[in-house]
Design a protein. Structure first.
Length: 255
């Protein structure tokens, strides 16, 4: 197996083993870097975001993103997982544009990358792991109650970006958030049952009010709400197309 393939497999094992243990995950990655050199950090960015960069820049980004994450994690609204912290740093601090995998407005993954990643995970599950579940949360930002001025333009974009930030806060490192359409989002939760995904969706809905209470949303008092749809593999469907069909159907019924 090529060296890069071995490293990707090793990183996948680490991210899976330390799911939900962010401190342990960071310590494991730093330990691996001490053993194999700072090239590990370059591979982390490639593994998570399909982003190629030189070792020096990857090492700098890792350390600065980690310091920023640790600082923000002390605040109530801080980023709670390292994947979100790295993506936040790349997009908002370093000014990197991950156009091949991310949405230009929110910095979440784009639909093309998300569907490709979902197909790969489902293919693996069909071959080797049919017992563990996988769930998708579909979210539709309800903007019908917004004043007309907020449905587009700079203010509408600001709400979408803050909604994306809210999603990052409430997901695990291994989860994959994506912006589908204007106000539609989907989150892939590997190894999560439908019940577990429903609990995450409820936390998101309960926290959505934070988006409207932060300063800078002009003069409009609004309540940000979501419609939600949750589907699971293999309970709801066994293909990416089937999961999307069922998820969007649930979303439509909830709207």
């Amino acid at each position: 197996m090529p060296l890069e393939g071995k490293m990707e497999r090793m990183l996948g094992k680490i991210f899976s083993e330390y799911s939900g243990n962010e401190k342990g995950l960071v310590e494991a990655l730093d330990a691996l870097a001490r053993q194999r050199g700072d090239d590990v950090y370059r591979e982390v960015f490639r593994y998570l975001f399909r982003k190629d960069m030189d070792v020096r820049r990857a090492s700098l980004y890792w350390r600065e993103a980690l310091a920023r994450w640790q600082s923000l994690s002390k605040e109530k609204s801080g980023l709670q997982n390292i994947r979100g912290a790295l993506l936040d740093y790349l997009y908002h601090v370093a000014g990197e544009r991950l156009s091949s995998v991310t949405d230009g407005l929110t910095g979440l993954y784009n639909q093309a990358y998300f569907k490709g990643h979902l197909e790969n995970i489902l293919a693996y599950k069909r071959r080797r792991d049919r017992t563990n579940p996988l769930s998708l949360i579909f979210l539709d930002l309800d903007r019908k109650g917004f004043p007309k001025e907020m449905r587009c333009g700079a203010t509408g974009d600001r709400i979408l970006r803050r909604t994306a930030d809210l999603i990052r806060i409430h997901i695990r490192t291994m989860d994959i958030p994506c912006r589908l359409d204007t106000g539609e989002f989907v989150i892939l939760l590997p190894d999560a049952s439908r019940l577990q995904a429903l609990k995450v969706a409820e936390r998101l809905r309960a926290s959505a009010e934070q988006v409207s209470t932060e300063p800078g949303l002009d003069r409009f008092p609004i309540a940000v709400t979501f419609s939600c749809g949750v589907v699971s593999y293999p309970e709801s469907a066994e293909t990416a197309h089937g999961l999307f069909r069922e998820g969007l159907r649930e979303l439509a019924e909830a709207s």
